[in-house]
Design a protein around this ligand. Structure first.
Ligand SMILES: [Zn+2]
Length: 156
């Protein structure tokens, strides 16, 4: 699949697989074909509704990660990014807490994690969202990751 091809109205295949670390280190971050429909689901069920609600263009920070890229950045060995089931996002001008809160209340997800957010700094951190292939497998789990530990729910 060509990187410029659209997975959904506002998001291209290239945007869901791009990685500065992969580019810098010459890692091929192209996913196996079976991952592509999962990336499309992230676009349809997470990214497009966020784009529509907040009305601002954004590019995901991180979508698919090949096992090699994931090792290089020290990601969890069971990272859903490697399965094409997770995406990290921020929307310019929107507090990451507010972004996570809206997703929590309005979308289906497996895990929603507000990561490295610091109160009083709206643009600090990012929001990790994952989605399972089968809707019934989604755990609707909400966590906040800060200072090396996870807490339940959204903690500002
Ligand atoms: Zn993530």
């Amino acid at each position: 699949m060509n990187r410029n091809e659209k997975l959904s109205n506002h998001f291209t295949f290239g945007e869901l697989i791009r990685s500065d670390t992969a580019d810098r280190n010459g890692i091929d971050n192209t996913p196996p074909d079976e991952i592509i429909p999962k990336l499309k689901r992230l676009c349809d069920e997470i990214l497009e509704p966020v784009r529509l609600h907040f009305g601002r263009p954004f590019r995901p920070n991180s979508g698919y990660r090949s096992p090699e890229l994931n090792r290089m950045i020290g990601g969890s060995a069971t990272s859903q990014h490697c399965l094409g089931e997770a995406v990290d996002i921020e929307v310019a001008g929107v507090s990451n807490y507010d972004l996570a809160l809206w997703i929590k209340d309005n979308l289906q997800y497996d895990q929603l994690i507000l990561e490295c957010y610091r109160q009083g700094e709206p643009s600090s951190g990012w929001v990790h969202v994952s989605l399972k292939e089968n809707a019934t497998d989604n755990r609707s789990k909400v966590l906040t990751y800060s200072g090396g530990t996870y807490s339940n729910g959204l903690v500002a």
